[in-house]
Write a protein that binds this ligand. Sequence first.
Ligand code: FAD
Length: 461
Amino acid sequence: MRCQVFISGGGVAGLTLGLILAREGIDTVVAERSPGGGLMYKGELLQPKSLKILDNLGLLGHLRRESFTVRTIRMQEQPVDPPPDGEPRRSSRDIVFDYGKLASPYDYALMHPHEELKQLLLDEAQALPSFRWIQPGSFTGLNRDADGRAVSATVDTPDGPLTVTADLFVGAEGRVSRMREEMNTVAKRTDYNHHFLTVSFGRPDTLDEATIISQGSRFLGLFPLPDQQVRTVFLIKPEEFKQMRREGLERFYREYREMRPDLEGYVDEIQRWKDIQLMIPFRHNANRYIRHNIAIMGDAAHNVHPMAGEGMNMAIQDADILGHLISWSYREQRDIEDSLPWYERVRRQRAQFISELSHLSALAYSFDQDVVRRARSHVLKRIEQSDYLHFKYMLNISGLGEWPENLFDRFRQLGVLPGGSSLSKAERLARRFREEEDYPWLSKVGSLAAPGTMNGGEKDA
Ligand SMILES: Cc1cc2nc3c(=O)[nH]c(=O)nc-3n(C[C@H](O)[C@H](O)[C@H](O)COP(=O)(O)OP(=O)(O)OC[C@H]3O[C@@H](n4cnc5c(N)ncnc54)[C@H](O)[C@@H]3O)c2cc1C
């Protein structure tokens, strides 16, 4: 089989790239190992930058109708010890982070079921003649020429091995990537002192806002989904999982109910441990994303702690940059191998930035000493109250721009310096990545043509 671009892995990364390329008429083959079916919890929070990219692909209208819109994230810190009279725990004042600080458009996030997003991308791509889908098809290795360039990929299918020749080979296989092995990259891994349990179930009407509850070393994230469901993420110590399973599901229900009494009658819908997924967080960022005519993207290139809800968004953002670059290379008849370094230049540093941000958020919940808890609460309040710090935080998690925190910001967060001045709408919008930052090759190489259907330009959402 011959194509222009071969993509190994039909997750959000591979499918978004496949759709972008197929829209440009580039002959694309995507191989997905899994035969489909089965529920695997993965990222569901679509951050504003991903919404902008999906809007440019014409999918935002559908997504908005089928998602839960997240405008704020409410943080509640509960006391560790229950009140002596058996009353429910009373949180200290809630802290509310507001996407509205970003200024429209894309001043909100969406909660959308992961498998439905993949299906939407796949349906769109399969309607295009330049897209081919192999499922199940497991990429097993590359065949190379004498200089080490990839010539073809071998894909195991139920009908036997298939050889796919292509100009470019992209690995989008998630955390464990055969393509990354082929590229011989190094990805140093950092582990954490906690794990998560994650599961979705029905939600009460009283739960209508994304909410994060912490109680000592406990952490419960509640993110409403459409169809009156809620995705939940519960932090545990690694050794606790076996203990909880021994004690039975009642222990699991109790943990949830203690933090959020109105989940009684909802969390109990979960009847088997099998339905609850154990998520082991770690982070890595590959030391290179490209080699010759081979590239990696999404979790294959970088994996971040899930605290800031960024993994899936980074996969979509990789696909956008790589998709624009490949399309431009074909249109301008440039050598793909010469163009690929642009992708690594834009995306690797941004992934590192988000990885640090997620890591810091993770650390804030990694220690349960009283002093750490109080510091966390104090810093979060300062960020919430300062228009400047609040905007910076929301901008950085949104993916729309990058505004690193400096030493003065740390002092502002601690309350040693005042919170900083308010920002006008124009100042907020000016902090977003400009087109020449997202697609620098267009201005640097002197091309006039931007990829047609995908060309940025903010739309009012
Ligand atoms: C339990 C869990 C919860 C998460 N929660 C969040 C969250 O709340 N927010 C968030 O933003 N992110 C979250 N993430 C991370 C997010 O889901 C990932 O960052 C995102 O799915 C990455 O997309 P991807 O396409 O790179 O990889 P994946 O989604 O892992 O897709 C890779 C695909 O490649 C296929 N594949 C693997 N090997 C081969 C092969 N050899 N040949 C062919 N196909 C292959 C796999 O079957 C899979 O379909 C979570 C991840 C997990 C595991």
